[in-house]
Write a protein that binds this ligand. Structure first.
Ligand code: MG
Length: 424
């Protein structure tokens, strides 16, 4: 349809009726016509990727448009295998309007329902693309992404510090120094791990039924951290979904005196009834969700009251709008959201854009205390966390831009760096 014809259609008195009937040609005409809104017209021209390894393996995504606006996204954890998936998604995106994010998301998701689009790598790859589309939408409209997700309900996003690779060993000076470092950085919450494959009290390399000795060691780590850490810092504890139900109940009970922010995945997340039984057995708040995908994955978890807090990873669970929907679903059960987050400042800021807009946000993770030089040099804006909070930027889109020189230090050797994919 040529431009002249579209204009003539807009001026037509039949336009309202045609719009009600949802005729695509009329809709297109309305978009193209000059209006007070001056909606930008963009088309997707290309999708490129770069692979990095810092806290695990991540894929950075760039979506290019015919107007020179480039959107960026990031995928994490279930990212292995994402590059060929994203290449296949690119074929579905070519020539499309990037501002119709939900349509692009749904087209790709439903195209993959026989290929694993319910969870895992497929959804993670889709998350990176969806995030990049929101970045484009924000830049095209001159608005931060949170403004497009409902507007902000807070001015800054609270962040908690994962203690990193430094295990909390009772009485250990290096452990004390790490806790002091977290305090000095200004965080109001932190997290430690208590699952230990190398615990000398473990008698089996495969089975995760904890012995009395292991449970004593877990309790000692938490007691040491709680005593060393100032009282105004909340403490969360992660068991990484390894243990059996009996162990989980015993540990959750032992944790009660410490008044944890939460106990994370005391059992694996697949059996929601088991998670619910653990929760019902203790006053310790139970948190779960970093390996659950889409609203569909969280539905039963919430319906069965299996958790006190959900922790979807916004850079792998389905995208920014899907994360908002998961949060909204949790809100109807009065369950707060504490997103799992281990990405670079790009993924962290994308996550923060959603956290800004959801009423039931609790706290967002940060897992780069062992890679602080990389962290501070990853984006042109430098340090995005100020004294334990991410102040929300006013900049359009996600609000940060990659500093290539800094980020490229983490490039996976031998992989392309946002280079054009070959034909085929
Ligand atoms: Mg975890």
């Amino acid at each position: 349809m040529n431009h002249l014809t579209r204009r003539s259609l807009v001026k037509s008195s039949f336009m309202p009726l045609a719009g009600m009937m949802g005729l695509p040609s009329i809709s297109e005409a309305a978009q193209t016509a000059g209006s007070p809104y001056r909606r930008p017209k963009l088309r997707i021209t290309e999708v490129r990727t770069a692979e990095v390894r810092v806290h695990g393996y991540q894929v950075h995504v760039r979506v290019y448009t015919d107007q020179g606006i480039i959107g960026q996204g990031e995928t994490t954890d279930a990212s292995e295998g994402n590059v060929p998936l994203i290449r296949s998604f690119a074929r579905m995106l070519m020539g499309q309007d990037p501002l119709n994010v939900e349509a692009a998301f749904e087209r790709i998701r439903t195209a993959g329902i026989f290929a694993g689009a319910q969870s895992g790598q497929y959804v993670t790859a889709l998350t990176g693309v969806e995030t990049a589309l929101w970045d484009i939408a924000g830049k095209a409209l001159g608005l931060p992404v949170y403004q497009l997700l409902g507007g902000r309900v807070r001015d800054r996003v609270r962040v908690y510090c994962d203690s990193g690779a430094r295990e909390m060993i009772p009485g250990n000076e290096r452990s004390k120094a790490r806790i002091q470092e977290i305090h000095d950085l200004g965080f109001t919450a932190m997290k430690i791990d208590i699952d230990d494959a190398g615990d000398p009290a473990r008698f089996d390399r495969v089975n995760w039924t904890a012995s009395n000795g292991e449970i004593e060691h877990m309790v000692a780590k938490v007691a040491f951290t709680r005593e060393t850490c100032p009282k105004n810092i909340d403490l969360a504890v992660d068991m990484h979904g390894r243990y059996d139900a009996g162990t989980a109940k015993r540990v959750a009970r032992e944790m009660e005196p410490f008044k944890l922010l939460w106990l994370e995945e005391p059992v694996p997340p697949e059996n929601i009834d088991a998670m619910r039984d653990v929760r019902a057995s203790t006053s310790t708040p139970i948190c779960c969700g970093e390996n659950i995908f889409l609203r569909h994955g969280f539905r039963e978890l919430l319906e069965k009251r299996a958790v006190d807090i959900v922790m979807p990873d916004f850079q792998k669970c389905g995208g920014l709008l899907e994360s908002r929907k998961i949060a909204d679903m949790a809100h109807t059960y009065y369950v707060p959201v504490a997103p799992h987050a281990v990405t670079s400042p790009i993924g962290m800021m994308a996550t923060a854009q959603v956290c800004a807009a959801i009423p039931n946000f609790l706290v967002q993770e940060w897992h780069w205390i062992d890679s602080q030089d990389l962290w501070r040099n990853w984006v042109k804006e430098g340090e995005i966390i100020q004294k334990g909070f991410i102040p929300l930027p006013e900049r359009p889109g996600i609000g940060v831009e990659m500093n290539e020189e800094g980020a490229r230090k983490a490039q996976v050797p031998g992989t392309p760096w946002f280079e054009a994919a070959g034909r085929g």
